[in-house]
Design a protein around this ligand. Structure first.
Ligand SMILES: [Zn+2]
Ligand SMILES: [Zn+2]
Length: 281
């Protein structure tokens, strides 16, 4: 399962044109403008057309990335309410469209302690999940680069949030660029294996629902969230080769700049790492 973040400019259905053109079986989208608070409802006809197109295109998994504006750890009550409402809107759109999950950056502790922010994030997640009862859509907490006061650069914080929410509708997304920028040295196969062993010990590999495959422009521990094309950044090939072979059945998407047909080049590079399935490790 390998794909990219698809563009929805001109309409959600346009993502399928891009997916078919690239020959991918999974992709991520924004269900609304990710840099604006303005909400968007999915009309029943739009949802129906989306589901039909997904089935016809043979796409195995489609999911969303939540708005970058959301901060469920905010010390500002107004921003906190807006954030929760935006996440509820996202869950409703994902439910209508039949998406599997939405990927979310947990939040920032700016203006308060990390402990307070984590408790706040967990509470807001419970409220958001409770506002869309019975939905099969999960919220995946994504590890962050740890820029500023961002929560979730360490696996322990992700586990702490999920533990406090205590819902089977919480899962996890691992972003290679963010992990490396946060200080996890995945450049060598041994380093990758150590990092995954740590993830397994703290969170559990069974709770790894999605991978964001991005190389990093920033160095190890730089806390810079700057994505680079596969094998052209500071992480390099071994990590991506390891992840491609180890996590075949988990949706993996690239989130790097698209221009000059880079999605196609990055996908080809990642596919070139695949070994015959019988030779798995
Ligand atoms: Zn993200
Ligand atoms: Zn990501």
């Amino acid at each position: 399962m390998l794909g990219v973040h698809c563009s929805v400019s001109g309409g959600l259905l346009n993502a399928f044109d891009e997916a078919e053109n690239l020959g991918i079986d999974t992709f991520q989208i924004f269900t609304k403008n990710q840099r604006q608070w303005k909400e968007r409802l999915i009309a029943p006809e739009e949802a129906k057309a989306f589901r039909q197109r997904k089935a016809a295109a043979g796409i195995v998994s489609v999911f969303s990335h939540s708005s970058y504006l959301i901060n469920l750890g905010s010390a500002d009550p107004e921003l906190l309410t807006k954030s929760r409402q935006a996440l509820i809107g996202e869950l409703r759109r994902c439910t209508a469209l039949g998406l599997d999950f939405t990927v979310l950056h947990p939040g920032s502790a700016r203006g308060r302690s990390r402990k307070e922010a984590i408790a706040c994030i967990a509470e807001q997640l419970q409220l958001a999940l409770g506002a869309v009862p019975g939905s099969p859509v999960k919220i995946l907490l994504e590890n962050t680069a740890g820029q500023g006061a961002l929560i979730g650069s360490g696996f322990e914080e992700l586990r702490e949030i999920a533990g406090q929410v205590a819902s089977d509708r919480i899962g996890f997304c691992f972003d290679t660029c963010h992990a490396f920028a946060a200080g996890y040295d995945i450049r060598s196969r041994a380093g990758l294996d150590d990092t995954l062993a740590e993830w397994d010990r703290i969170i559990g590999l069974d709770k790894l629902n999605c991978l964001h495959l991005n190389d990093s422009r920033g160095g190890l521990g730089s806390h810079l969230d700057r994505h680079e094309h596969i094998a052209y950044g500071k992480i390099g090939e071994p990590a991506f080769a390891g992840l491609m072979n180890r996590f075949r059945g988990i949706p993996k998407v690239i989130e790097t700049p698209k221009k000059d047909d880079w999605d196609r080049k990055n996908l080809a590079k990642l596919r070139s790492f695949l070994r015959p399935a019988s030779y798995s490790k």
